[in-house]
Design a protein around this ligand. Structure first.
Ligand code: UD1
Length: 423
């Protein structure tokens, strides 16, 4: 398994290009299952999660061609050979559940393994299933698999989510495009990735209105056609790299960055004493003089502060002046980075969903363990600001969600290298 070694204490200056969004691409790819014509995605990120989704789609009979080193994904679902998403692939990635809605909508049948829990919480899929049932699906759970059928096809319905779920909104939105009649989704997730999915589906001939707001209306159509769609930029990668100069000092321009995608997060950076300016090419982030201020953060569905930036924000606040309180409201067990940051000298107390961080002058490098995707990058960020060497072990999590992290950071002057176990 690879490790990443970061030697802290260097200011960062330069430019970092932001890739297409992992979470958008993982929901756009299953949309291929809704049509027998090719779907082409441009600006796709080059990540292991994207390869996992390709493998899953290929196991169903989708032809996937990865062009321009993976930046372009062309998929054709003209000849599906299976309607079963196997446990062996699904267990690697929860987003696999997103093949359920589209397969059911187009071919009226699907069998998908239950994804199970993951490190950050139980993460059930009950809302995905309830929404599909509201559209007329018959669902049975047999030996760890969801067996879904819709004899005669899905039909439009009004469905209100009891709480906001990104994945469930995406699954049901895709399914509703081919349902007979009108579907209204209430209390839908408003994440930019949902809007991106709706834009792509509309380019494929769907009739969706209101994506990006909490009420989405879908007029079902008989069939969708092929399209070419650019994946929206990754607001979580953007936010992560905005924190790099915030931690080290210096000035970094995030190419392709947009303030509207990270507004709540940028507000917190401003409170902490970090300058964020939007220009023609993206966002420029500069750290003002002195230590950053402590700030309180509460995660929430979009447009609130994203749970996927909570770990990275904590890395910044470990050296803030004063006490910061971080409240995690989306997942029940998402502070696994805290004990690792404490190994580097951070002062953090965790009680349930609340972490209290008392800022220290400086962290010290240490060997640490990456426990999940966002936690691993938070340790790298912490290492950039720490004194001495930080070795982040188990970085395979990182490769699921960040392309070329060492290249992007070293281009701005960071001392960071990957060491593989075999040499
Ligand atoms: C997506 C993102 C993930 C992000 C999360 C929250 C992808 C591939 N992943 O995950 O990076 O952290 O949104 O912004 O886009 N829940 C249920 N029942 C369900 C579905 C969800 O109880 O059927 C719960 C979850 O356990 C969690 C909360 O609802 O506590 C929100 O989860 P959800 O928005 O669905 O997250 P994902 O779509 O899995």
């Amino acid at each position: 398994m690879d490790s990443i070694i970061v030697t802290g204490g260097r200011q960062l200056n330069g430019q970092i290009p932001i890739a297409g969004a992992k979470n958008a691409c993982l929901t756009l790819m299953p949309a291929t299952l809704l049509t027998d014509e090719p779907l082409t995605l441009t600006n796709a990120p080059r990540l292991s999660d994207i390869r996992t989704m390709s493998v899953l789609l290929e196991s169903l009979g989708v032809e996937v061609s990865s062009l321009q080193e993976g930046k372009v994904q062309v998929m054709s679902s003209a000849n599906l050979t299976s309607h079963k998403a196997d446990y062996d692939i699904v267990r690697k990635m929860r987003a696999s559940i997103l093949v359920l809605g589209p397969m059911l909508a187009r071919d009226h049948q699907a069998v998908v393994s239950l994804p199970g829990g993951c490190a950050i919480g139980a993460r059930p899929v009950d809302l995905h299933l309830k929404g599909l049932e509201a559209l007329g699906a018959e669902i049975e759970l047999i030996e760890g698999y969801v067996h879904a059928r819709a004899p005669g096809g899905l039909r439009g319905a009004v469905f209100e989510f009891p709480f906001v779920s990104v994945g469930a909104t995406e699954n049901i939105l895709m399914a509703a495009t081919l349902a007979r009649g009108t579907t209204v989704l209430k209390n839908a997730a408003r994440e930019p990735e949902i809007r991106d999915l709706a834009d792509c589906l509309n380019a494929m001939g769907a009739r969706i209105d209101g994506a990006g707001t909490s009420t989405i209306t879908i007029e079902g159509v008989d069939a969708l056609h092929g399209a070419t769609h650019p994946v929206v930029i990754d607001r979580i990668e953007l936010g992560t790299y905005m924190l790099a100069p915030a931690i080290t000092g210096g000035e970094v321009e995030l190419l392709g960055g947009r303030l509207d995608l990270v507004a709540a997060f940028a507000e917190k950076l401003d409170e902490a004493g970090i300058n964020v300016a939007e220009g023609e090419n993206g966002l420029k982030v500069t750290r003002r003089n002195g230590r950053v201020n402590a700030v309180n953060v509460e995660t929430a569905p979009f447009p609130g502060f994203p749970t996927d930036l909570q770990a990275q924000m904590m890395a910044l606040l470990t050296t803030a002046e004063g006490v910061s309180v971080l409240e995690e409201r989306i997942f029940e067990n998402r502070f696994m980075h805290a004990p690792e940051l404490m190994r580097m000298g951070a002062e953090i107390e965790v009680h349930g969903g609340t972490a209290t961080v008392t800022g220290v002058e400086r962290l010290k490098g240490a060997p640490v363990m990456a426990t999940d995707l966002r936690a691993s990058v938070s340790l790298i960020l912490a290492g950039l600001g720490a004194e001495g060497e930080t070795v982040v072990n188990r970085v395979y999590h990182l490769d699921r969600g960040y392309e070329r992290v060492e290249e992007k950071l070293s281009a701005c002057g960071a001392k960071i290298e990957r060491v593989s176990e075999n040499g």
